[in-house]
Design a protein around this ligand. Structure first.
Ligand code: DGJ
Length: 734
């Protein structure tokens, strides 16, 4: 009631402001707890971004900000648009470009009105309506502000009342404008098993675009996540930085344009490449969300804010818990049967994990899935491998004392499958051209409602027959080649809608699935981390960052992911990849959501004992890792070792992970590491945990220090080539 009243008074205020002073400048501050994005109309009633940064104590002073700039040579008011139209007076990169029903290609967007809705104590939504004065086209900008977390979620809706459809060539989610001396962009590139390599570059005049055109996933070569520092490159604890990302599981484009005033324009959204989208009169198109957080206290604070937001507002069960698991992929690949699997259930129990995850290879009869070249699409248990079906396995796992989860890749098909034989029209391909495969497979056409039903049906069937199914790994290993939809063609819809409707189709399936099965944990996997984004994470509890599980590589990879995604979301498994000892492999997996993908029966007695103890230890610290604040202390790209710590919200407990990443002579932690996030006035005991059986710690047991000492003078975890990974646990001592 209180918030409703607040909403109505805010609404009345803003409406009054709009009508009374229509000819005066309208200033719209969009404030988070610490920051502000301010928009203002100009004399032509165009809207501009006039301020971005730390919020002012007197909101009335925002109106005076533009007067402090001397950059108006006729382009101001065009560059700074919060949603740049195309075909009229703006000649810079647009946020929106359309062709009207009559073939005209001009668009102007003038301010109409705005309102502020108080959604709850922490969340407000500013809605701004823009309209073309000539054509009946409207764009509404939404800025949803999470005050405490300093996160802004931004999207737009487009609609019109023309006599026939208009065609949208570009329809961005966000258009921002920054005035700073320098812009340093950190973006990421890579490929399969080498995701998230950072590249930092100072943006100079011109446009730098990040994009992908893969169809089924955002990332493989580059993700829609970036860090943007203003004036100078931000460090963990210093400097102005914006962390941004697009919540869209398909093709994206983010443009960074330094304009002729040396200001920076940012335009982010669905990739317009081959995606002209017709819009019917009266229908509304809602763009995906662009999410960002800004901090003038460095990357650490920015990412902690993003993590808080993600756990509380976005990731499914973000504040909940996760299941530790044993996965059979690297242990068996496609080669298993019931006897082998029941043995693995017992191994899972022996290890102490919560769940056994059956991976690829359990289905296909006419074309058995004994390799990656056949059977995909035929979701019936292989009668030879699993004569008693999944139901039997669920029960056997339960008997052994573990839950049971299963792998699916429901959007894909092998040409060698019954599904392909039956429904070639469900497959994305150009029938007149040779087929081109990614991992021997093709992609099903999710723009087709029948295909959506089919994909939903695969999961629904599994859950209906096996209500105790406790986990799903949802894989997606192919990109879209030869993009063409038989369905769109047959139904006389624009074929250029395919890339966009594919992703909408996926979300429709996931919506239905979550309506019926709201909480079953699901891992988002895409032959690695190619599909993680904050729209998909509404439906998924976790993601698979990379097929590269070499722990040394993982230190770097998990470090980069950690800027954007909290530890509770990334599945980090102990496998046989790499040359590091089991302790190192385990300690690295522990800084995320831990799982195993090993042959337990091959472990030596000491390795088994260590692993059992690690699972226990992990369970005792996981609350801090999953829900605590992350401080990146020592960067592995600049040092011999990496160090990062999680501190619980009450500042009573902390876990510090340290990993040697150099094998040069004498490499290690020569000087103390300055901890973060503790209470300087409290005292903490420091002890090393997860020691390998028979090993003694080089650290005096349970020494007690003040938070002040640990953060100001620092503490040496004693990392060296005899102690390549070290985990410390801190507990408040009263
Ligand atoms: C790719 C995944 O990343 C792997 O973990 C595994 O599930 C395979 N697909 C199965 O085909």
């Amino acid at each position: 009631m209180k918030s409703l009243n607040r909403f109505f008074s805010a609404l009345l205020l803003s409406l009054a402001a709009t009508s009374l002073f229509a000819q005066q400048k309208v200033t719209i501050p969009i404030e988070t707890g610490r920051n502000a994005l301010v928009l203002q109309t100009d004399k032509n009633n165009r809207l501009n971004i006039v301020y971005f940064g730390r919020k002012l104590t007197q909101p009335g002073e925002y109106a005076s900000v533009p007067g402090q700039y001397r950059q108006d040579d006729g382009n101001a008011g065009i560059y700074a648009s919060p949603y740049t139209p195309s075909g009229t007076v703006s000649l810079s990169e647009p946020a929106i470009r359309v062709t009207h029903a009559d073939g005209n290609t001009s668009l102007e967007l003038l301010y109409q009105s705005h309102e502020v809705q108080q959604l709850n104590d922490n969340v407000t939504q500013t809605i701004i309506r823009l309209k073309d004065p000539v054509y009946p086209v409207e764009v509404t900008l939404f800025y949803k502000v999470y005050r405490k977390e300093n996160v802004v979620e931004q999207w737009s809706t487009i609609r019109h009342q023309e006599k026939a459809p208009i065609v949208m060539h570009k329809y961005a989610s966000a258009n921002l404008y920054f005035a700073a001396g320098q812009y340093h962009l950190t973006h990421y590139h890579g490929g399969w098993a080498r995701e998230m390599n950072p590249e930092t570059t100072q943006l100079k005049a011109g446009i730098l675009s990040l994009d992908s055109k893969l169809g089924t996933r955002a990332n493989l070569f580059q993700p829609p996540t970036f860090q943007l520092s203003f004036n100078k490159p931000a460090t963990e604890d210093e400097g102005e930085v914006l962390l941004g990302t697009l919540g869209w599981s398909g093709n994206f484009k983010i443009d960074f344009e330094v304009d002729s005033y040396d200001n920076l324009r940012l335009i982010a959204g669905i990739n317009p490449h081959a995606s002209e989208y017709p819009l019917e009169p009266g229908k509304e198109f809602k763009t995906p969300s662009f999410l960002f957080t800004y901090s003038d206290k460095g990357k650490g604070e920015a990412s902690r804010n993003l993590h808080d937001w993600a756990r509380k507002y976005r990731v499914l069960e973000g504040e909940g818990s996760r299941l530790t698991l044993l996965n059979n992929w690297e242990a068996t690949y496609f080669d298993f049967d019931e006897t082998k699997l029941t043995g693995l259930f017992a191994d899972g129990k022996k290890l102490g994990v919560d769940l056994f995850l059956l991976d690829d290879g359990w289905f296909g009869n006419k074309y058995p899935r004994n390799g990656d070249n056949a059977g995909l699409g035929d979701w019936k248990e292989n009668a030879k491998k699993l004569p008693h079906g999944i139901g039997y396995l669920v029960k056997e796992a339960q008997k052994a004392g573990v839950k049971f989860g299963i792998w699916v890749e429901p959007e894909m098909v092998n040409p060698k499958s019954e599904l392909y034989e039956k429904h070639p029209d469900w497959v994305i391909r150009q029938p007149e051209r040779p087929e081109h495969y990614f991992r021997n497979q093709l992609v099903l056409d999710l723009s087709n409602p029948q295909v959506q039903d089919f994909v939903f049906g695969i999961l629904d069937d599994l859950f209906t027959k096996n209500p105790d199914l406790a986990f799903i790994k949802w894989d997606c290993n192919a990109v879209i080649y030869n993009a063409q939809s038989e369905y769109l063609k047959k139904t006389k819809q624009a074929e250029s809608k395919l890339y966009v409707d594919y992703v909408f189709g996926l979300y429709k399936v996931l919506d239905r699935l979550r309506a019926k099965y709201p909480k079953v944990p699901m891992m988002l996997c895409s032959g690695g981390g190619g599909r993680v984004d904050y729209e998909a994470l509404k439906y998924f509890t976790e993601f698979w960052p990379s097929d590269n599980t070499d722990p040394l590589e993982r230190v770097f990879l998990q470090w980069e992911y950690s800027y954007f995604f909290p530890a509770i979301t990334h599945c980090d498994h102990v496998t046989d990849w790499g040359k590091q000892p089991l302790k190192f492999r385990t300690d690295v997996a522990m800084m995320g959501k831990m799982g195993y993908d090993i042959v337990v029966s091959h472990l030596s007695p000491d390795d088994l004992k260590f692993s059992q103890q690690s699972v226990e230890t992990y369970k005792s610290i996981s609350d801090v890792v999953w829900h605590g604040d992350l401080y990146r202390l020592v960067n592995p790209r600049e040092n011999d070792f990496a160090s990062l710590m999680f501190v619980n919200k009450q500042k009573t407990r902390s876990v510090v992970f340290n990993y040697l990443v150099s094998n040069r002579y004498g490499a290690g932690s020569k000087i103390p590491v300055k901890f973060g996030g503790l209470d300087p006035a409290r005292k903490y005991s420091v002890k090393e945990i997860n020691l390998y059986p028979g090993k003694r710690s080089a650290i005096a047991s349970e020494s007690v220090f003040t938070g002040d000492f640990l953060m100001t003078a620092g503490f040496n975890p004693v990392v060296n080539n005899g102690r390549t990974s070290v985990i410390l646990e801190l507990n408040e001592v009263k």
